[in-house]
Design a protein around this ligand. Structure first.
Ligand SMILES: [Zn+2]
Ligand SMILES: [Zn+2]
Length: 99
């Protein structure tokens, strides 16, 4: 498993519930990079918004959940981008990959 490079403080209520996840069948392409999913480009769900994105557009982040500890979870680049701008945690240099 990839080591998380970002740490986000989010309330547990900010996480998308699995029943609200975008269905795999609703996304033929990654909505972030527009590349088509296939056998070797699998769909991954963002824990924060429930969107489907490819491996390259998701990243493991450490979610710090007040009251329930922290866990590592996959998040899409849109969510990391937005949340990191709101909550910079000294990792801004690692945001270059948004490029
Ligand atoms: Zn992608
Ligand atoms: Zn997301």
């Amino acid at each position: 498993m990839l080591a998380p490079t970002h740490s986000l403080t989010v309330h547990v209520s900010a996480l998308a519930l699995p029943e609200y996840y975008i269905k795999d069948s609703h996304r033929e392409r990654c909505p972030m990079c527009q590349r088509r999913f296939h056998l070797f480009r699998r769909r991954h769900h963002c824990r924060l918004c429930g969107e489907v994105a490819c491996h390259e557009c998701t990243q493991f982040v450490t979610l710090v959940l007040p009251g329930s500890g922290s866990s590592s979870a996959r998040s899409c680049c849109r969510c990391i981008d937005v949340k990191c701008r709101v909550l910079p945690l000294g990792k801004e240099a690692e945001l270059e990959f948004w490029g």
